[in-house]
Design a protein around this ligand. Structure first.
Ligand SMILES: [Fe+2]
Ligand SMILES: [Fe+2]
Length: 309
């Protein structure tokens, strides 16, 4: 599938699970915030929101990918990082879990001006359930009616979908690895019947940067981050991988999954891996050991820049 080659992609982490003042910057690649210089303190929370800026021949498009777990961290951090809701051109939802859409309706309500394009998979609206050692949680439902009532320009997809004609949403991820299996603790309801959630609704946001290759951004990466990157390679025909980022949801899958995923990521040979959110501390530590030179923990306020050339 043909997608435009961009001059640069910047991802600013608006909401994520982590903040660590000692995580280093890398000049021109990763810029961490200096807390004392912020307008107000940043909040870390179990949720995800990225501000993705695409540069196509100097024209900038800003995408909000996911909307955190609640309005509080989203609006606090937008203000701390001096962003306005009206500077955002489109919204992308990675999948239908509430830690990714908890601030969505409040975000839409605060905007002024015309309808904003919202891109999501058709199946994000199905009720989601989680089985935990402490019992069942959910169902959570993202209401389609509420989204329609918010007056958005809705783009529902199942297969690959262009976002603002510049980036690609993968649609349902084709799974090709034998070690990335959805966990049985995730459930959903289809026509009133409960079943294991295989996450057909989860998709990666993919961009191609001139001379650098793929940028692949996942939400929770429930279908497996290696599957997601391989599918992005297949869809775009671009093999070189510049940046892989997102929550990787690895620790709950156990040490074998972590080991195989690290091997899979090594074979993909990205320039930088930036993981956070639901990756889990144990998996983050193993990734840090496995990739001493090109792994970083994603923290709120961090800006990752992939510049072509
Ligand atoms: Fe998540
Ligand atoms: Fe999730």
């Amino acid at each position: 599938m043909e997608i435009p080659t961009l001059q640069a992609v910047t991802v600013e982490i608006l909401v994520d699970n982590f903040f660590d003042v000692f995580e280093p910057s890398r000049p021109g690649i990763v810029e961490r915030v200096i807390p004392g210089r912020l307008k107000k303190p940043l909040l870390a929370a179990h949720g995800l929101a990225y501000l993705v800026t695409l540069n196509h021949r100097g024209k900038l498009s800003r995408i909000l990918m996911d909307a955190a777990n609640a309005p509080l961290p989203l609006f606090n951090n937008l203000e701390a990082l001096e962003h306005d809701v009206d500077e955002i051109d489109a919204v992308v939802l990675s999948h239908g879990h509430p830690d990714h859409y908890g601030g969505l309706f409040e975000f839409l309500g605060k905007r002024t001006g015309g309808p904003i394009p919202v891109y999501l998979h058709k199946e994000v609206f199905l009720p989601k359930i989680l089985i935990t050692p402490r019992g069942r949680i959910g169902p959570w439902v993202l209401e389609l009616d509420q989204l329609v009532a918010a007056g958005v320009e809705l783009y529902e997809n199942q297969g690959p979908q262009l976002v603002l004609d510049q980036a690609l949403l993968t649609g349902t991820v084709e799974t090709t690895t034998d070690y990335e299996k959805p966990l049985p603790s995730f459930r959903r309801k289809v026509a009133g019947q409960e079943e294991q959630d295989l996450f057909p609704d989860e998709q990666a946001l993919v961009a191609v940067v001139e001379g650098r290759g793929l940028v692949v951004i996942g939400g929770c990466s429930h279908p497996g981050i290696v599957n997601m990157v391989k599918y992005a390679q297949k869809l775009t025909g671009v093999q070189k991988v510049s940046l892989i980022m997102g929550g990787f949801h690895l620790t709950p899958g156990g040490d074998e999954l972590i080991k195989h995923t690290i091997q899979g990521l090594k074979e993909l040979d990205p320039e930088l891996i930036m993981a956070g959110h639901c990756t889990g501390f144990r998996a983050l530590t193993k990734l840090a050991v496995a990739f001493p030179d090109n792994f970083m923990v994603s923290c709120v306020g961090t800006k990752v820049m992939v510049v072509g050339g």
